[in-house]
Design a protein around this ligand. Structure first.
Ligand code: GLU
Length: 297
């Protein structure tokens, strides 16, 4: 029997777009890498819409992203999870940590922290500020080095005290921090394998640290190079990356496969998206993904 037709219950992957605009070439490559790794391993592939930050959200983009994924031949398993439906779960995750007295409130301004190169110096750690609107919640970290082996980038280590500092779990505006939400959701969805962009590699130790504190399993991680423009900027809405034009779905998928180290044969030029992603899953080898932080389009 073809191994790929057997469902691998030990593999659950996910793509977790933020609905800040339609997919562009960079987010297409990330979606494709996580999709191919899941399908090549006979695993499930889930989609989670990270709509945690209403001010940054662009109306209509969640629906558009889902439509784009479908048109690109990447169908997901089960229902889409929306972070906006999970606020109660984030609240109780935060409470668990607060009860252990490993959180504190903080009134430091963004300017102050950026003046510290983003590495929080613990100013509010022992000030005993009471919970109040307009204060952030931070986690008191132990001076610990977190190590893990990334499926693409290899061994990675980060000293949380020197490279990050006590990090935010709930922001001053009351919104839950990405680090807290992503850990709660990866556990809730029983994610076993995470394939995402290199820009999140340095967030991974914070996520592993939180998983350890909360007694949650740590998934396997693999970080693909991010796609940058000729100026070296990550393709993103802020840098005016063009949305995917579905009229070019086939050629965009071919070039995304090439970025991921694959060589689709000329006979696939112009093929339907489903044929391209099926070919991709059959030929996927994560070790061929370039071990780079970024690649220029
Ligand atoms: N929502 C994040 C983004 O769009 C991805 C988070 C993740 O994959 O952990 O950059």
């Amino acid at each position: 029997m073809d191994q790929r037709s057997v469902i691998n219950h030990r593999y659950v992957g996910r793509f977790a777009p933020s609905p800040t605009g339609p997919l562009h070439f960079g987010s297409l490559v990330t979606a494709l890498a996580s999709y191919l790794d899941a399908r090549a391993n006979g695993g499930k592939w889930l989609v989670r819409v990270e709509d945690l930050d209403p001010p940054r959200e662009v109306t209509g983009s969640s629906a558009l992203i889902l439509e784009q994924l479908r048109a690109l031949g990447m169908d997901w398993d089960g229902d889409v999870l929306y972070q906006s439906t999970r606020l109660g779960a984030y609240e109780s995750t935060l409470e668990q940590l607060e009860h252990r007295k490993i959180c504190f409130h903080c009134d430091c301004s963004r300017q102050r922290v950026s003046g510290l190169q983003g590495i929080y110096d613990g100013r509010c750690r022992n000030r005993g500020l009471n919970s109040a609107p307009g204060l952030a919640s931070r986690l008191k970290i132990r001076p610990e080095t977190i190590r893990f082996t990334d499926g693409i980038q290899g061994d990675y280590a980060q000293n949380l005290e020197h490279e990050v500092g006590d990090f935010i779990l709930r922001r001053k505006d009351g919104l839950f921090a990405y680090q807290l939400a992503v850990v709660a959701d990866d556990a809730e969805q029983e994610i076993t394998h995470i394939v995402r962009g290199y820009d999140l590699l340095s967030s991974t130790p914070r996520q592993i640290y939180l998983q350890q504190l909360l007694g949650l399993p740590t998934p396997s991680y693999a970080h693909i190079p991010i796609i940058v423009n000729a100026l070296g900027q990550k393709l993103s809405k802020q840098h005016f990356a063009e949305p995917i034009d579905l009229k070019n779905a086939s050629s965009l998928l071919i070039s995304a496969l090439q970025f991921l180290g694959m060589t689709p044969p000329p006979s696939l030029i112009g093929a339907a998206p489903v044929s391209l992603v099926t070919w991709g899953a059959e030929h996927w080898d994560i070790q061929r993904v370039p071990k780079l932080a970024k690649m220029t389009r």
